[in-house]
Design a protein around this ligand. Structure first.
Ligand SMILES: C[S@@+](CC[C@H](N)C(=O)[O-])C[C@H]1O[C@@H](n2cnc3c(N)ncnc32)[C@H](O)[C@@H]1O
Length: 320
């Protein structure tokens, strides 16, 4: 997490006693673990959004930072100026976006929960980046008739699973209509992956190109047998540890995602699908390959350039 966001969260949450937030964190964790569409907003009270900002926002921010970073690395031509964050909560995507694309000038958050908008707006109030400070926090409830404002990039992060099933496709279609680049992130569970896969299928059917993670627009080779997901390391703050009664200084946030663009661009040759297995003199990489298959590739010392690269490559990176 950037030092600036860490400090903003710390200043904003300093009034909360960990003992007051811990039961709320427990309730939210259980709710998010169970999944399923929400018939009413999950984040309602200041304590709900305080708990969310303390224990979830650092994790969703970490996932988004990785996702947007992969998209930007793969597609340096994107250089967006405007961003729309749909179901933006406390604004994790905004922080990740301006770090990825400092040229952003206009940020809009569409969010149903008033308390999330209030806290998100307070977090960005003292930010260095002018687009963060001037972000617009708009009340909006996604429904079948929702029309989204146009933007260069639209993010939908950890939202699809809260929407009733028939609405998911409509929201993805509307994102695709409104934005040049659509970013969908979900928890890295089999169910989250299936929702991302459904969004990916719709975006490709409407003529989109996949910027990341897939190195192709063919059918996902993992569907049915496995699920595509990635991992981002999250450093826990003291409050985060206290509200979760955790001892470790970090946690790994698992996520699934797709970034689809209107303008086609080059794909990565392959994408690393698991932690590489490294043994003396060799590394084994599980790859999603450009030809639409999932393969294991063994890289040995006999190929010194590839071996050196394989020592540094991580789960989620492009290969080579
Ligand atoms: C798990 S939070 C994710 C927040 C943020 N995108 C992030 O990544 O940290 C889900 C958010 O989606 C919002 N949301 C869910 N259903 C919505 C709807 N129908 N209309 C608008 N916002 C919605 C919730 O209020 C909540 O802020």
């Amino acid at each position: 997490m950037s030092e600036e966001l860490r400090r903003a969260l710390q200043d904003e949450l300093t009034g909360w006693k960990p003992a007051a937030l811990a039961p709320v964190v427990e309730r939210l964790s259980t709710r998010y673990r169970e999944g399923g569409a929400a018939s009413e907003p999950i984040l309602r009270t200041p304590a709900d959004v305080g708990a969310y900002a303390a224990y979830r926002m650092p994790a969703t921010y970490a996932a988004l930072r990785r996702v947007l970073g992969e998209a930007a690395a793969q597609r340096p031509d994107l250089a967006p100026r405007t961003l729309l964050d749909v179901g933006g909560g406390t604004g994790a995507a905004l922080w990740a976006a301006v770090e990825t694309w400092p040229g952003l000038t206009s940020l809009t958050v569409l969010e149903q929960a008033e308390q999330a908008r209030v806290l998100g707006a307070r977090l960005v109030a003292g930010a260095a980046h002018p687009a963060l400070r001037s972000a617009r926090w708009v009340r909006g409830v996604l429904g079948p008739a929702t029309t989204l404002p146009a933007a260069d990039v639209a993010t939908l992060s950890y939202v699809l699973g809260e929407l009733p099933e028939p609405l998911r496709d409509e929201v993805v279609d509307e994102l695709g209509r409104a934005a040049d680049t659509v970013v969908v992130v979900e928890p890295g569970t089999p169910a989250g992956y299936r929702r991302v896969l459904a969004a990916r299928d719709r975006l490709i059917a409407s003529g989109r190109s996949v910027a990341a993670p897939c190195p192709h627009e063919a059918a996902c080779p993992l569907a049915g047998a496995d699920w595509c997901h990635f991992s981002a390391r999250v450093a826990r703050t003291a409050l985060h540890r206290q509200v979760k009664s955790a001892t470790l200084g970090h946690e790994d946030e698992k996520f699934a995602y797709v970034v689809a663009t209107r303008v086609p661009g080059p794909h990565a040759a392959n994408r690393v699908l698991r932690h590489p297995v490294r043994r003396k003199g060799m590394a084994r990489l599980r790859l999603c390959a450009g030809d639409g298959t999932a393969v294991d590739r063994v890289v040995s010392k006999r190929d010194p350039d590839a071996y050196r690269a394989a020592r540094d490559v991580e789960w989620g990176d492009p290969w080579p």
